[in-house]
Design a protein around this ligand. Structure first.
Ligand SMILES: [Zn+2]
Length: 126
């Protein structure tokens, strides 16, 4: 397993932790809870960092999510280019991959977005 320094933004994004303290969770539910996959607490349970910074703050995360979706689509299409003449199957596999990965992509998009604006505070080091 890859060991990531818990003071880096990469740690906060990959573990979906608060960008300020790297301890509190960014999301309330797990990703498979499709109805509430993006439910976030108002504030971090550890450092009280506000996660609802301003109305519409996470609409900017779409700019982060879009390239991630493109990478997922291209990675899912790559093995299928070796199977010509099955365009419907290629489309269905790509659609399935996008639907299954969508909650994770949206969560990581939000985690990257909030990490752009909020930085690690060494005062919360364990
Ligand atoms: Zn925190």
């Amino acid at each position: 397993m890859i060991c990531i320094n818990n003071k880096t933004k990469l740690y906060s994004v990959l573990k979906l932790k608060c960008p300020k303290c790297h301890q509190g969770n960014l999301f309330i539910n797990n990703a498979w809870n499709y109805h509430n996959t993006l439910a976030m607490p108002d504030k971090c349970f550890v450092c009280r960092q506000d996660f609802k910074i301003e109305p519409g703050f996470y609409s900017g995360a779409l700019w982060v999510t879009y390239p991630i979706v493109l990478i997922v689509v291209f990675l899912s299409l790559f093995p299928l280019i070796f199977i010509p003449d099955y365009y419907l199957m290629v489309f269905l596999v790509m659609l399935l991959v996008v639907l299954v990965t969508q909650p994770f992509v949206m969560r990581y998009g939000r985690a990257i977005w909030i990490n752009i604006f909020i930085h690690y505070d060494i005062g919360y080091e364990q």
